[in-house]
Design a protein around this ligand. Structure first.
Ligand code: IPD
Ligand code: CA
Ligand code: CA
Ligand code: CA
Length: 265
């Protein structure tokens, strides 16, 4: 793949889609629910994904599209070049707050993450990485390697779903111990931004029990580019085709977190 060419194209489409969302942020939304009452989708999620699918297909007919809202292909493996697209990551924030959401695109070749782009649309902040060439925030390089920081001085992003009765994925006790050990926790409601914040050093880790490939595809490329470690909650390699738990942290604390605190059921 002509990585630089594809990156430039992808970046310009992300900026164009982001501007369209910003320009229409006060337009009425058609809000539908998907798998449950809290799982929202709007016409803007759908239009944005369709925009990317159309652009990708007309420019790169041999590439496949793996997207959340169904405009892509039926992707079950990562052979060849696959664009993993989340048109709006943080739809609930988009609906309730009109901010704190992102466009997220990861481009993988034969399973290897080569390009990651996360765009905080309302803040106009663009996080990018091309594998092996460093990560950037609005064109400014992020540190090459995140510094070590002990867990006791770390802030993690965690969502609270592990507290719920129906949480059958992880032992709550381990997460309680983690929360006690950490300096503090946050919860932003956009997995892509949470990855970007770890890469930027605003957060030291992000642990969550259930994400889809489009939530993590770009974030993994960007965070790994600054030396962060991204795995499933048990430390195994993260799936880019199925739902998975996720542990994404600075390198020095990753082992400690997956071995000492996250006990998947
Ligand atoms: C969601 C967000 C949220 C995470 C959910 C995701 P969406 O993505 O990333 O932070 O906790 O699991 O589904 O649906 O807004 O694209
Ligand atoms: Ca969604
Ligand atoms: Ca998402
Ligand atoms: Ca989404």
């Amino acid at each position: 793949m002509d990585k630089q060419g594809v990156f430039r194209e992808a970046k310009s489409w992300v900026l164009e889609a982001g501007k369209h969302i910003r320009d229409n942020i006060n337009e009425p939304l058609h809000i539908e629910t998907k798998s449950n009452a809290d799982d929202l989708v709007t016409q803007m999620d759908q239009e944005t994904e369709e925009f990317f699918a159309d652009r990708i297909r007309s420019t790169y007919p041999s590439h496949r599209v793996f997207g959340e809202e169904g405009f892509g292909d039926d992707v079950r493996d990562l052979d060849g070049i696959v664009w993993i697209v989340d048109p709006i990551d943080g739809t609930m924030n988009f609906v309730h707050q009109q901010k704190n959401f992102a466009i997220s695109i990861g481009i993988y070749e034969d399973g290897i993450g080569e390009i990651g782009i996360i765009y905080d649309v309302m803040e106009d902040v663009l996080y990018t990485a091309v594998k092996g060439e460093g990560a950037y925030r609005n064109g400014e390089p992020l540190p090459e390697v995140l510094k070590n920081r002990p867990l006791e001085k770390s802030i993690f992003s965690l969502n609270t779903t592990w507290l719920l009765e129906e949480n059958r994925r992880v032992e709550a006790e381990g997460i309680r111990e983690l929360v006690k050990t950490l300096r503090s926790t946050r919860s932003y409601g956009s997995a892509a931004l949470e990855f970007a914040f770890v890469a930027e050093g605003l957060l030291d880790g992000y642990v969550t029990m259930s994400l889809m490939p489009w939530d993590v595809a770009a974030g993994k490329v960007i965070l790994e580019e600054v030396g962060g470690v991204v795995t499933a909650g048990n430390g195994s390699e993260l799936s880019m085709v199925d739902r998975s738990s996720v542990c994404a942290t600075r390198a020095n604390i990753h082992d400690e977190v997956v071995k000492g605190y996250i006990r998947l059921k």
